[in-house]
Design a protein around this ligand. Structure first.
Ligand SMILES: [Zn+2]
Length: 374
């Protein structure tokens, strides 16, 4: 599938270059530069949360692979809130002792809670607290949205819990299989008012069961995670065009730290890497300048793309392609820019036997295209 996307992009950006499509197809299908780069990044650096040494190392590996393929790239630094995961512990002490598999949500801050009583507050909406005293207690929140209710972000649920007097919030992950969820407690980088964690579905359900059966549940929570303002960077590789007008092709390179970040967003990072390598090999001189950008800090609040847009506010940016987990590509979303549809149809018509027939125009904002878009 990665091959398809590489091909797709090469076709997209080189239509005006009048290159032989078979040449492009052959190059895109016959090479695995992206795979090899990503293998090294995932195996040697691992998860790449912004602000960590793994993030730094991953960028260096990517930069070296670009250099080895004849491409120069440069960092663009920016300052933003950075969240550091510390040693966090959520330990149930009553009715039996068990350290839970818990993962702090980003912007959770240092806390120490001893013998905190635990209360189940359904999905954590304002109405769910009626008749329940949570003052000084730890709340367990289901992430299931009840029928007919508006979707509520975790940050809002944390705010409600804090306003009701709770001292910590524990979210039950909806995915099964012992997984904890990585996520943010807010998008602004402000330290959370109370520590917030994700629990596995299985352990969270056990707590819910105990509490619904009227059992007393008590916990100790220690959190050493913290937020601090610091300097991070995006990586940029530019193909100068004959025009100053620019097309930005971006993918976030940072990932959560509990996995290796191969899918989210190793996929996208590898695809734009390979597209850059092949453009270079093919000697394509684009009309518009093409800027490949590996953004940082997407997972913790879209920091890299926000700062890039600020730093390049005087640039003439014609279009932005965002590749966030492009592993199952089946078409294009023009995000409400309906006038692009004819051009997109022209591109997808070149996709041969690949099915790129899903064409959408649905605006959404939760990835790096957001600040280019609004
Ligand atoms: Zn992503």
């Amino acid at each position: 599938m990665k091959k398809l996307f590489t091909l797709f992009f090469l076709i997209s950006v080189t239509l005006s270059a009048q290159l032989n499509i078979e040449t492009l197809t052959g190059k895109a299908l016959a090479n695995s530069y992206g795979y090899h780069m990503l293998e090294k990044v995932c195996d040697l650096a691992g998860g790449r949360l912004m602000g960590t040494p793994q993030n730094e190392l991953g960028f260096e590996i990517l930069k070296k692979h670009l250099s080895d393929n004849g491409l120069s790239s440069y960092y663009e630094e920016f300052t933003s809130p950075i969240w550091y995961r510390g040693e966090d512990k959520v330990v149930m002490t009553t009715p039996c002792k068990k350290e839970l598999r818990a993962s702090a949500l980003a912007y959770s801050s240092p806390a120490k809670i001893e013998r905190g009583e635990v209360v189940y507050v359904l999905s954590g909406y304002e109405v769910d607290y009626e008749g329940i005293d949570v003052s000084g207690k730890i709340v367990v929140i289901s992430q299931t949205r009840p029928k007919g209710r508006e979707e509520m972000l975790r940050g809002e649920a944390i705010k409600i819990a804090f306003n009701k007097g709770a001292v910590a919030a524990l979210f039950i992950n909806e995915a099964t299989g012992g997984k904890v969820l990585c996520g943010v407690g807010n998008f602004k980088g402000n330290p959370l008012q109370i520590p917030a964690f994700s629990l596995t579905f299985e352990e969270g359900s056990k707590l819910k069961r105990l509490l619904e059966n009227g059992e007393k549940v008590v916990m100790d929570i220690t959190s050493n995670s913290f937020v601090k303002t610091g300097v991070s960077k995006n990586l940029v590789c530019t193909f100068e065009g004959t025009k100053r007008e620019k097309i930005v092709i971006g993918a976030h390179f940072d990932s959560w730290d509990l996995g290796d970040g191969a899918a989210d967003n190793g996929h996208g990072s590898a695809v734009i890497f390979e597209a850059a390598v092949l453009l270079n090999q093919l000697g394509i001189k684009p009309e518009r300048t093409i800027e490949f950008v590996w953004f940082n800090g997407e997972e913790t609040g879209l920091w890299g793309s926000k700062k890039y847009v600020e730093q390049h506010k005087n640039d003439s940016i014609f279009a932005m392609f965002n590749l966030d987990m492009p592993g199952k590509v089946n078409g294009y979303n023009v995000m409400g820019f309906d006038h692009l549809m004819p051009a997109i149809k022209e591109i997808t018509a070149k996709s041969g036997t690949y099915d790129l027939s899903t064409l959408m125009s649905t605006a959404w904002t939760n990835s790096d295209h957001m600040f280019f878009y609004v």
